[in-house]
Design a protein around this ligand. Structure first.
Ligand SMILES: Cc1cc2nc3c(=O)[nH]c(=O)nc-3n(C[C@H](O)[C@H](O)[C@H](O)COP(=O)(O)OP(=O)(O)OC[C@H]3O[C@@H](n4cnc5c(N)ncnc54)[C@H](O)[C@@H]3O)c2cc1C
Length: 455
């Protein structure tokens, strides 16, 4: 067992951070990282890696950190994961690698996420880049099209590029990264970090074409036919909004979390008049739901300056699927949680804007009605598959909700040579994460390489 306590990273104080979009968790100093790495037991049979969906050699990279060989640590991580700066920040380590840490049985587990982030940030600072196996192998004549530049598509692109395949990523939005760019807010995942990690991919020779909506400008049939791609990966995520279906759903001032977060993160709606795309949210905001998306929406709303931000959730806080750390941060910043409460009706003013929301709250004695005076209601109820690809690709088998169906380990779809992964498949169940999306992207890449070899 370790005599040293887990090293905590500095955080911005709540009063400072709720007024701006600066990153909340500061990350380890070198001294903290070294001390923390010394806590690792270097187990003979480590369970941390088993908990990691992409199977990073965690014990190996921490050993390098403890010897101050940070480049060695970076190389070890990037054998499995090109994005340590991202995953170190957003992975739910407490449910994955850190949940397996043997030290964690008796005391706090090794802070694997913070160490991974430290190594990833150090690599960015010193401009270490991925080695270029393409130079060694030489590009093959094979071509892969990746639809969507979220973590699933990027991880798939990474493994294909490393094997020498020519890879083109088609992204619908004007910036790459998927939820990493348009969903997760700056104060949790600075966009500069995301773009630096993506740069590594383009250095490997991957081309990213933005503003390309597949299903509109090209169909999958075009990609495989006219545009001569040998294989295709669908990684379009599940960004389609979901409504509650209550009275007042379509009033002015009701929006989906994805729309709200995209307007702030991607279109810089908080920076009016420098950016001509303001997001007016009024004085009181209610966010419905309590997953990661809801917490991000509430904390983002708070930074736009209203008097009150409520999270209205039908279950207890303990049942929330969001990361505990994020809930704690939200409470510290002043988000108000109204649990065991269901929204029943959104009430308009005379001009069709939201004025209030009627809810039913349950407790041990029964249920009672509460009226919340709000100007904005944000739905963060989970998302759904966008139907655009399914509608334009009749040969592709999808389920009733437009999620793409895949077969077995290779993740090939009903169309030969077309694979899928990430949130557009149901592989993550109800618990979808960045690292899970990446692991399916990698799995599909393996299937695609096998397919290319035999066809
Ligand atoms: C607000 C929010 C916060 C989250 N926080 C966390 C967290 O802290 N930790 C965590 O592990 N997970 C978190 N998640 C979940 C995680 O981000 C997702 O599970 C993950 O991003 C899914 O990756 P993906 O590549 O499948 O899809 P996405 O990230 O959704 O990327 C899909 C990409 O495909 C593009 N696209 C869609 N259709 C087309 C088309 N027809 N043509 C071309 N491009 C297209 C989209 O524009 C998008 O860029 C969060 C999700 C949200 C919404």
């Amino acid at each position: 067992m370790s005599k040293i306590a887990r090293q905590h990273s500095a955080h911005l104080p709540p009063d400072t951070r709720r007024t701006n979009f600066m990153e909340v968790v500061c990350g380890y100093t070198e001294a903290e990282a070294l001390t923390e790495s010394g806590r690792c037991l270097q187990c003979k049979e480590p369970l941390c890696s088993v908990g990691c969906p992409v199977r990073i050699n965690i014990k190996g990279f921490i050993n390098f950190v403890s010897k101050k060989d940070y480049k060695g640590a970076y190389k070890t991580i990037t054998e499995a994961n090109l994005f340590p700066s991202i995953c170190g920040r957003v992975c739910p380590q407490e449910r994955q690698c850190e949940a397996g840490c043997i030290l964690g049985k008796k005391q706090q587990p090794v802070a694997i996420g913070l160490l991974e982030r430290f190594v990833g940030d150090m690599a960015q600072q010193h401009n270490w880049q991925e080695t270029r196996p393409i130079d060694l192998i030489g590009p093959t004549s094979k071509r892969a099209a990746i639809i969507g530049s979220g973590p699933a598509g990027l991880a798939c692109a990474y493994d294909l590029a490393k094997a020498g395949v020519t890879v083109v990523v088609f992204e619908a939005l004007h910036l790459p990264g998927g939820v990493l760019t348009y969903g997760i807010p700056q104060f949790r995942l600075p966009k500069e970090r995301v773009f630096r990690e993506i740069e590594n991919l383009t250095r490997l020779g991957v081309t990213i074409e933005t503003n390309r909506v597949i299903g509109k400008i090209h169909t999958i049939e075009d990609l495989m036919g006219r545009l001569s791609f040998d294989v295709v990966f669908i990684g379009t995520g599940a960004g389609y909004p979901r409504n509650l279906g209550i009275k007042g759903d379509s009033l002015n001032g009701v929006m989906s979390a994805n729309e709200f977060l995209t307007r702030v993160n991607l279109m810089r709606g908080f920076d009016f008049p420098r950016y001509a795309t303001p997001v007016g949210i009024g004085k009181n905001v209610a966010v419905i739901g309590c997953g990661n998306t809801a917490i991000d929406s509430a904390r983002t709303s708070l930074r736009l300056g209203p008097d009150n931000v409520y999270i209205v959730y039908r279950r207890t806080l303990e049942e929330s699927p969001a990361r505990k750390e994020e809930i704690r941060h939200a409470i510290e910043e002043g988000v108000q949680f109204i649990c065991l409460t269901t929204a029943k009706e959104i009430i308009p003013d005379n001009e069709g804007w939201v004025k209030a929301m009627n809810c039913v709250q349950k407790d041990e004695t029964g249920s009672s009605e509460i009226l919340l005076n709000v100007d904005t209601v944000i739905y963060a109820l989970g998302t759904m598959a966008n139907p655009i690809i399914a509608r334009t690709t009749p040969e592709l088998t999808t389920d009733k909700a437009n999620y793409v169906e895949t077969n077995g380990e290779s993740l090939m779809t009903s169309m030969p040579g077309v694979f899928a992964g990430g949130d557009i498949t149901r592989s993550g169940g109800t618990f979808t994460t960045v690292i899970h999306a990446m692991s399916t992207g990698r799995r599909a890449a393996k299937g695609m390489l096998e397919y290319l070899e035999s066809n």
